[in-house]
Design a protein around this ligand. Structure first.
Ligand SMILES: NC(=O)c1ccc[n+]([C@@H]2O[C@H](COP(=O)([O-])OP(=O)(O)OC[C@H]3O[C@@H](n4cnc5c(N)ncnc54)[C@H](O)[C@@H]3O)[C@@H](O)[C@H]2O)c1
Length: 631
């Protein structure tokens, strides 16, 4: 078994790391003593509980990382060289707090890092040791750059960004900066001196929906929280024109993963959102006001800046991108802010889940996009399910296809129930707004009830929805780590030009008036048009397919679980599909850009023309006519 140790597992970066590594099949040992409650009075216990409930391969230990003996006895001695990766995120993370208790700060940030390095050297020397450092190791040296004042921000003359060659000397760091720099130097030294695979990621503003934003730490989520809830905010120094680049915790952890797959000793990388994700405080206020339709100005400017605070900081990502070319930023700053707004909104958006996986995906996608458009908090009731003829309970997908979706134990009673008006798509947002506006009182929670089988309401969110339903680490790596499918069909893990054929019969034969299965005229026409030399078939009636599609051109795929079938479908760029949302989604999740998809007209209710059910079809589908035929 492969173990990954995550310190600070209840924190922003730690919890994202737990999710990522749990999802790709590691057993994750989390270490967190909820010290954040002591620092800022914001407990991480809820996050730890959620992770423990959600991931059966996550084991949490309430240990103080200063307690070397306990760490050794309960973790390092126990798992030894089965520990393949250590991600060290536990820390006291604030400048101001460090000045309150310098000893506590230094013991946690510096001494405990040495403890962990030494335990790694003793028990699992080959493990990657990934240290979450900070750009505060450069102290206030970035403030000595040639910076000019513009209308809404400070900017480096000639633009550019800060790389790893910035000096760490002759500057003011703050006590926090020094404790982190000590740890950073020690992590590098264990790499150089003992040839261990150690890396320091010098982070800037890291954020994400799980950030427990506090005034002294976590600027972006805190300011968004203040704006959304009309709270007062204090800006310290630089007229609010100080610039930060923001990175989402997912992109950061994806960088950890890239390093772990190809580690090198004593590596150091600046890691942030880069220029495209940079904002000043004034620009942030403007953007959040824009996104929420507010005119919030409830802030005061203090002349005195925080000790060691940067006027302008944008990370240069060139070194990491050169060493790990597969990595890139996937979360824009606008999307990061929208995520934060949604996650702290008092308004809730949910949907009643019913039907097979294809139906459930449509219901979640509709609720996801409505939550984004209305800035409400998307959550689903754990284990809630309206049932289905064919398919599985949503819990089957919690830890894979639905891993980006928040399922919780209790939802309040919903204020509004939105019933689907017809099978045809209609402007859902308008319907919700209409009901909201004509009601007395404020509707805080909305539940969508229906099938919502269309991307018509959310085309502009296509990429986000794709990411939402793609298991962390990507589909290929999910299938590699959790199934034997790519051992049996290794040709599908590399780029190829084969086609997929999806044949739905099963319950369609039992209920032909509603769905009406496609017949051979359609399939023959689809195959002729597609014109490939190999077709991989997934069907709920594979015996029928064996009779109808014969010869070396056809591969009858033997895959047991629907979630694995769905993810395997995504490995193609050519599709001939029948009238089923299952194949709709398999082709939607395709890992290729612009896949080719042939689909039948008359999707439901027997002889209905394609004009009637136009909304089921995506813009990228080639629709061909099919006769109604029984065979
Ligand atoms: N969030 C940022 O913007 C940012 C920026 C640069 C660097 N960093 C660094 O990234 C790392 C993680 O940051 P984060 O934002 O996830 O912080 P966080 O405060 O959200 O998480 C840190 C976690 O460590 C735990 N912890 C603290 N002391 C502990 C101890 N003695 N024993 C066990 N657990 C303990 C806390 O309870 C908390 O859950 C830190 O090292 C921080 O310095 C963060």
């Amino acid at each position: 078994m492969s173990y990954c140790i995550v310190t600070g597992s209840g924190g922003l970066v730690g919890s994202e790391t737990v999710r990522f590594f749990s999802n790709i099949g590691y057993t994750v040992i989390g270490i967190d003593n909820d010290m954040r409650k002591y620092f800022f009075n914001t407990s991480t216990q809820n996050i730890t509980n959620t992770l423990t409930n959600k991931y059966s391969n996550f084991i949490h230990h309430n240990i103080d990382i200063r307690n070397k003996e306990k760490l050794e006895k309960e973790i390092f001695e126990k798992y030894g060289n089965q520990i393949k990766c250590i991600v060290h995120c536990a820390a006291q993370p604030s400048h101001d707090w460090a000045a309150k208790e310098p000893h506590t700060d230094f013991e946690i940030n510096a001494v405990a890092t040495l403890n962990l390095l030494e335990l790694t050297r003793k028990h699992c020397i080959k493990s990657s040791f990934i240290f979450m450092s900070t750009n505060k190791v450069y102290g206030d040296n970035p403030n000595r750059l040639d910076i000019e004042e513009l209308e809404t921000r400070y900017e480096l003359k000639g633009k550019g960004a800060i790389d790893e060659n910035m000096s760490v000397d002759h500057c003011k760091h703050s006590l926090f900066g020094v404790s982190k720099l000590s740890a950073d130097a020690m992590v590098q030294e264990y790499g150089r001196y003992f040839n261990m695979n150690t890396v320091c990621f010098r982070g800037g503003c890291i954020t994400g929906p799980n950030h427990q934003g506090a005034e002294l730490h976590g600027f972006l989520s805190y300011i968004v929280k203040c704006i959304v809830t009309n709270k007062h905010y204090k800006i310290f120094g630089y007229k609010g024109k100080q610039v930060r680049d923001n990175i989402h915790s997912y992109d950061l952890v994806n960088a950890f993963w890239n390093y772990h797959q190809n580690p090198k000793p004593a590596a150091v990388y600046n890691m942030g959102g880069g220029r495209d994700n940079s904002l000043s405080i004034l620009e942030t206020i403007d953007l959040v006001n824009n996104l929420t339709g507010k005119k919030w100005e409830n802030y005061e400017l203090h002349e005195q800046a925080r000790a060691g605070d940067h006027i302008w900081y944008i990370s240069d990502l060139t070194k990491f991108k050169t060493d790990y070319p597969n990595w890139n930023i996937t979360y824009s700053v606008k999307r990061i802010i929208q995520d934060i707004i949604c996650s702290i909104s008092p308004e809730i958006m949910t949907a009643n889940l019913q039907g097979g996986i294809g139906n459930q995906l449509f219901q979640i996608a509709a609720a996801y996009v409505m939550s984004r458009k209305l800035n409400s908090n998307l959550m689903f009731k754990l284990n809630q399910f309206g049932g289905c003829r064919q398919g599985k309970h949503p819990s089957t997908y919690y830890s894979n296809i639905f891993q980006g979706v928040n399922f919780i134990n209790n939802l309040p009673i919903m204020d509004m129930n939105i019933k689907e008006m017809s099978w045809n798509a209609y402007p859902l947002l308008e319907q919700i707004n209409h009901i909201k506006n004509t009601r007395v009182g404020k509707s805080k929670s909305i539940c969508l009830n229906g099938y919502f089988q269309s991307d018509w309401n959310w085309r502009e969110y296509t990429n986000e929805i794709k990411q939402l339903f793609t298991p962390d680490g990507g589909i290929v790596s999910y299938l590699k780590n959790n199934t034997d499918i790519l051992n049996r069909y290794p040709e599908l893990s590399k780029p190829h030009d084969f086609a997929f054929l999806g044949v739905r019969r099963g319950d369609y034969i039992t209920y032909p008036d509603v769905h009406n299965p496609c017949g051979m005229t359609y399939y023959n026409e689809g195959l002729k048009k597609m014109n490939k030399n190999k077709y991989y078939i997934i069907s709920d009636d594979i015996e029928w397919c064996k009779q109808k599609f014969q010869g070396e051109t056809f591969v009858y795929m033997d895959i047991k679980e629907d979630k694995n079938m769905l993810l395997t479908m995504a490995l193609f760029k050519n599709y001939v599909i029948s009238n089923s949302t299952f194949y709709w989604w398999g082709s939607f999740l395709s890992i290729y850009d612009k896949p080719r998809i042939i689909a039948p007209d008359k999707w439901i209710f027997g002889n209905s023309p394609k004009e009637k059910y136009w909304s089921i079809y995506r813009q990228d589908m080639e629709i061909i006519e099919r006769p109604i035929e029984i065979n």
